[in-house]
Design a protein. Structure first.
Length: 66
């Protein structure tokens, strides 16, 4: 059987933590920032963790825990 390939788009966006969760950075923080409130931009600055409901989908895209 051939090896499972890592999804190259997912490996750029998600990092696996020691506890097995996946961490990512929020989107909408690159351009056109003048139309967004300070509060929204401030909250987008922080990272977040993948929801438990989607955890299995990310694990399928990253079979080797990139």
């Amino acid at each position: 059987m051939p090896k499972m390939k890592t999804h190259t788009g997912a490996k750029k966006r998600f990092k696996k933590t020691a506890s097995g969760k996946f961490k990512f950075q929020h989107t909408h923080k690159r351009h056109l920032l003048t139309g967004r409130s300070q509060k929204r931009k401030r909250h987008l600055r922080n990272g977040a963790y993948v929801n438990d409901a989607h955890q299995h989908q990310i694990e399928a895209l990253l079979p080797y825990g990139t």
